[in-house]
Design a protein around this ligand. Sequence first.
Ligand code: PLP
Length: 341
Amino acid sequence: MTIDLISDTVTRPTKEMLDAMLNAKVGDDVFKMDPTVNELQEKAAKLFDMEDALFFPSGTMANQTAIKLHTQPGDKLICDKYAHVYNYEGGGAAFNAGVTCKLIDGNRGMFTAEQLQEAVAGRSDIHVPFSRLVCIENTTNKGGGACWDFAELEKLQKISKNNNLTFHLDGARLFNALVAKNETPKQYGALFDTISICLSKGLGAPIGSILLGSKEHIAKALRIRKLFGGAMRQVGFLAAAGMYALDNHVERLAEDHQKAKGIGAVLESVSYVTKVEPIETNIIIFYVDKSIGDTNFINKMAAKNILLTPMGEGKIRIVTHLDYTDNMHEVLLKELKNYQK
Ligand SMILES: *Cc1c(COP(=O)(O)O)cnc(C)c1O
């Protein structure tokens, strides 16, 4: 048995999800004639109470499309220094949209209204790249699954609006935040100009993301997705997995969160762990004693078929997910308690 905790993207479709995929009605989605894709997009738009939605093969492509549609080359976007759009999308903001990123030095991937105000203040003459876009990430990935305070997001939205900045949410793990904080998709739909969500993370679909926005934004996104090579044909087989995930795999995220807290409690109790970051959702970030070292610890665990991820600066990441069973949880807790240098 391998206990794979490198990410919540490692899940396989369940039997029920596979059945839904096999039974999907499909058509050519480039001609907008795939009924399952159309249904998924309508369902998602309705869920968030936004005008329109578009299915994407990946979260990266959905975010990159949003960045491209909100900006012109030479502009800048504002995000946290930990942001996925800056750190983990291959430099796509520069490559695809020709924009630079102004990084805010936030806390666990989150910044305050004061910090955004500071970032947008100052000169706006010909020397300075125009600020066009603010990107928020909820939950934060590199920040260890942290959830933003909604009241702070409302303040950030006001500042964005007052400064003619569009407001994009990288919601790859938004459903984890919604479940953890008891919030609704509609609250977020009312706040952001565009939102990307991933179906292939905690929700357990094999592939797929959705970009949500106004009719005007999604019409632009449709063209940009084509330009990026993301227009697909009988993709309803995959949209069916996404639909199944939205219907069946949202509320159960609470189980992943509970297991993550259980792992955190054990890590707090063992002497070789020097720090555990606060655990709000399904991501655990912790540090082991320097005499052990993160790489060595990860290798030793891998030898026991327990797979963890190094996140740099000594950080070790564990992510719980749909395929992480109760039995695996017991084995992991025992191995963590009994770990010997
Ligand atoms: C995973 C992730 C994405 C997109 O990932 P893909 O692998 O391209 O689907 C975007 N943002 C965050 C915060 C993520 O964790």
